[in-house]
Design a protein around this ligand. Structure first.
Ligand SMILES: [Zn+2]
Ligand SMILES: [Zn+2]
Length: 341
């Protein structure tokens, strides 16, 4: 493949570019959706406001309140006096690995990732809005309750083993994160008034993102805008790179095609002049029947067909006959010039 490197480069570039474009529009839509979402205070009027809307729901709304468990809260494994409503327990193994190039590099992978959730709501002024499906939300930032790294103490045997296998364990990291009770959270999603008289915030049924974040709406918007701008810059960089590589490929392809065409033209001209030359030096007068080409019946025989060995064609006709001998129908494997004297 002549363009393998360029095509691989173009492929990788397109994948990155498409991802960036998707993300850019995702952020752009998110910004316009958040801007269109009215911010309502959680208070005694909220129920009436929601009930006055069709189907007792508002498709997109921003509310802010303190996290309040609707049942028993989850107690932290590491700090017993901390309680929350979402708990994430993650265990990662850190290792040093020898790469194919012979360098040792750090890497890590997750061994265990557990998330516990208990029903909760956002509360303000004594009114609670229940929060549904908190784990599908974006920007769900939780407090790190504990983050410990237990290094592995390697024995002599481990060192030797590690040297030969190219793999050494460095240690194990355990992280516990929690969304604590009382944390003030902004929720952006669909708010419905349930038949049992409760208010519920849930992922928008009309599509689009669902947010639960400790950031106020303005800060969240700023964060998304920065991320959108970064994707814009990346689109510019990878778009330009893609255009340059595509340009190189097209130029190279065009040049190669032109070279092939030129070579073909030169070959045709050479062939034509060869035929003309031969025509001029041929002396086809007074040829006996067995010395005349069996196809055109005018030029002298000039070519031997192998393996049958028939000398029955002139050079011009031999150019057009490629499969079988016109005399015995044997398959032509080779042609060669024959000098009939
Ligand atoms: Zn002929
Ligand atoms: Zn033959």
């Amino acid at each position: 493949m002549d363009f393998l490197v360029e095509l691989v480069l173009l492929g990788v570039d397109s994948i990155i570019l498409i991802t960036c474009i998707k993300q850019y529009y995702h952020k752009k839509n998110a910004i316009s959706r958040i801007l269109s979402a009215p911010t309502l205070a959680i208070d005694s009027n909220l129920k009436e406001i929601i009930r006055s809307h069709p189907e007792s729901k508002l498709p997109l709304i921003a509310i802010r309140g303190a996290v309040k468990p609707l049942g028993n809260p989850i107690s932290s494994n590491n700090s017993p006096n901390v309680s929350g409503v979402i708990q994430s327990l993650q265990i990662k193994e850190h290792v040093v690995q020898r790469s194919a190039a012979g360098f040792w590099a750090d890497s890590e992978w997750t061994i265990q990732d557990v998330c516990n959730v208990t029903p909760f709501g956002l509360e303000s002024k004594g009114i609670v809005v229940e929060v549904a499906d908190p784990l599908v939300s974006e920007y769900l930032d939780m407090d790190v309750i504990s983050d410990t790294f237990r290094p592995t103490v390697p024995s002599m045997m481990d060192h030797i083993w590690g040297f030969f296998t190219g793999f050494r364990q460095r240690g194990v990291q355990s992280t516990e994160k929690m969304l604590r009770c009382g944390t003030v959270v902004t929720g952006i999603g669909e708010l419905i008034y349930e038949r049992d008289g409760t208010l519920k915030l849930q992922p928008p049924t009309t599509g689009g993102s669902y947010y639960l974040t400790t950031l106020p709406v303005d800060t969240l918007l700023k964060k998304i805008k920065i991320s959108k701008r970064n994707y814009g810059v990346m689109i510019l960089i990878f778009g330009t790179l893609g255009a340059v590589v595509a340009g190189i490929v097209i130029r190279k392809y065009w040049k190669q095609k032109k070279q092939l065409k030129d070579a073909e033209e030169r070959k045709v001209i050479r062939e034509q002049s060869r035929k003309n030359r031969r025509r001029l030096i041929r002396d086809s007068k007074d040829l006996s029947d067995n010395k005349v080409c069996v196809v055109c019946r005018s030029n002298p025989i000039e070519i031997i067909l192998l393996p049958c060995g028939h000398v029955c064609l002139c050079e011009d006709c031999a150019d057009d006959i490629t499969s079988s001998c016109p005399v015995c129908r044997a398959t032509i494997e080779m042609k060669s010039a024959a000098y009939v004297v």
